[in-house]
Design a binder for this molecule. Sequence first.
Ligand SMILES: NC(=O)c1ccc[n+]([C@@H]2O[C@H](COP(=O)([O-])OP(=O)(O)OC[C@H]3O[C@@H](n4cnc5c(N)ncnc54)[C@H](OP(=O)(O)O)[C@@H]3O)[C@@H](O)[C@H]2O)c1
Length: 257
Amino acid sequence: MADKTYPWKIAWITGASGAICGEIAQRLAKAGVKVAATARPSEKLDELAASSPSITAFPADVLDVEALKACAAKVEAELGPIDLALLGAGMYVPFDIRNIDTEGFRQTMALNVDGVLNGIAAELPAMLERGEGHLAIMGSLFGYAGWPGNGSYGASKAAVINLAESLKLELRGTGIDITLINPGFVDTPLNASYDPKKKLFVMSKERCARKILEKLPKRPYEIAFPPQVEIFLKTVRNLPRAASFPVVRWFIKATGA
Ligand SMILES: NC(=O)c1ccc[n+]([C@@H]2O[C@H](COP(=O)([O-])OP(=O)(O)OC[C@H]3O[C@@H](n4cnc5c(N)ncnc54)[C@H](OP(=O)(O)O)[C@@H]3O)[C@@H](O)[C@H]2O)c1
């Protein structure tokens, strides 16, 4: 039974077998929200579904738009109208200018950008027809500024930020809200290959999920944290380019980031 902590009855979550979205799925389920959990078929996804009667696994590959459309339709047929779609499947690969991983770049763009777009294409038409719904998409604060080693991930998240801005403008008056979720570093398997000394202000997946769920019910355009990283990267974005590169170089030298 929903305990009214959250305004949604049915949440569809992609990337649900992952660290952040898995934690969100469990917190929503605990509060009585029915969660449709999507990721590729795996034991992890099955374990998540087994952890609560409120979580059902709807396995699908977010890169396959037709499969994802069928998945969203199945969720609606079996559970009811999706009122929150949280699109969270994502990946990171390192970017080394001396040995550019072109395939890794393409995979990252495909999962982080096309994966989000496919989720929107799968669910937005039904939301538009009903005149209500909430789309939430996982970006990253590192989409706001270029960063050494981050050429693939940063480019994909910059695309997500721009896509969210376009949707925000177009969804006005439709009854559908969009929330762009931009965390800084979270301690998850996604960034295991990132040099730990270079990760600043790292938070746990539990803290990340709590912060997202504190704000998401109010349907803001953006949820971004931690503030130190948000302010720094947005300031860098807004500085004249002649100033932004020296500031980033100074910051990296001063902090070891
Ligand atoms: N961790 C961070 O520091 C951080 C910071 C800011 C933003 N974010 C963003 O938050 C989101 C979640 O990150 P996380 O750290 O929790 O990642 P994670 O633990 O690595 O989880 C990634 C999720 O994506 C799913 N996935 C990958 N390929 C897929 C595919 N083709 N089809 C369906 N699902 C697929 C994975 O499931 P399967 O592989 O089992 O299919 C898994 O559920 C990502 O968008 C990430 O960019 C993360």
